[in-house]
Ligand binder design. Structure first.
Ligand SMILES: NC(=O)c1ccc[n+]([C@@H]2O[C@H](COP(=O)([O-])OP(=O)(O)OC[C@H]3O[C@@H](n4cnc5c(N)ncnc54)[C@H](OP(=O)(O)O)[C@@H]3O)[C@@H](O)[C@H]2O)c1
Length: 261
């Protein structure tokens, strides 16, 4: 299958590590030009060097705090300046803090809204003129909580479902410009975020970390956590030229973990 990614311009948000980095790597390997994004210039520089070594396209990076509107405008402008346009937008962000309803005050809710939903809205808005020109592709990274809430992650559970509502509505609004938009939902993919959540939950449940991890893995029919590269391959297909008819889908990448139909 020809993914038709050579020379395509990809803006991959929150790509200094974890899932975003794996997506940036996969797109670079397929010949796309990739903009790498995060808050820390030193981390971004290192990732950009790695991508340059493995891909054939151009690689650029831009320090950006996606909770800031001005940063997002500058990021999109820099991407267009570096590559001449945008064909692919990957919306991604850090995870919000773990906790229950009674742990969270207005400030926590506001911060999670800005990080995990408003940033996606602003990035789509700022990229839209270029995505219209390219008949582009958008993938929003969410969480398996779009299908089944996860205990102790009230902020995530609330805002990830908003991502799906946004995407499902945009399917129709963006279709006349032949822009495809999909949501990809990780279950448990082995990144620092999952390490952090396992540590928090093992302490909260007074269970040794290794035992907790085994319990988590045993709840996944495939019996293990996913690898970031496995997740990235699914995203890469959805944003590629090989995908011409999948839009509005919410796709789980979870080794069968979520049981809901
Ligand atoms: N891994 C999983 O299995 C899983 C499951 C469900 C949901 N998710 C969600 O999927 C997303 C990615 O997960 P991950 O596992 O890759 O997380 P991760 O390893 O913690 O990576 C998060 C990324 O977000 C960036 N970031 C955080 N805050 C930012 C900000 N304000 N502005 C710009 N960049 C920011 C971080 O870069 P800097 O720190 O350098 O800024 C980093 O590149 C998260 O929202 C996570 O909650 C993941």
């Amino acid at each position: 299958m020809d993914l038709q990614l050579i020379g395509k311009n990809a803006l991959v948000v929150a790509s200094s590590q974890g899932l975003g980095k794996a997506i940036a790597e996969q797109l670079a390997e397929e010949g796309a030009n990739v903009m790498v994004v995060g808050r820390h210039e030193d981390k971004l520089k290192k990732v950009a060097e790695e991508l340059e070594a493995s891909g054939t396209g151009k690689v650029a990076y831009c320090p950006c705090d996606i909770t800031k509107s001005a940063d997002i405008k500058q990021l999109v402008a820099k991407t267009v300046e570096a590559f001449g346009g945008i064909d692919i937008l990957i919306n991604n962000a850090g995870g919000p803090p773990a906790g229950t309803f009674e742990d969270m005050d207005d400030e926590d809710w506001q911060q999670a809204f800005e990080l995990n939903l408003l940033s996606y809205i602003r990035l789509i808005r700022a990229s839209l003129p270029y995505l219209k020109q390219s008949h582009g592709r958008i993938v929003n990274i969410a969480s398996s909580s779009i299908k089944e809430p996860i205990s102790g992650l009230i902020l995530s559970n609330t805002f990830r479902t908003g991502i799906v509502g946004l995407a499902k509505t945009l399917v129709t609004e963006l279709a006349p410009d032949r822009i495809l938009i999909n949501t990809v939902a990780p279950g448990r993919i082995a990144t620092d975020r999952i390490k952090h959540l396992d540590k928090v939950n093992s302490e909260k449940n007074d269970t040794p970390l290794e035992e907790w991890e085994e319990q988590m893995k045993s709840s996944i029919p495939l019996g293990r956590y996913g690898e970031p590269a496995e997740f990235a391959k699914v995203v890469t297909f959805l944003v590629s030229g090989a995908n011409t008819f999948v839009t509005g889908t919410s796709l789980l990448v979870d080794g069968g973990m979520v049981k809901s139909i």
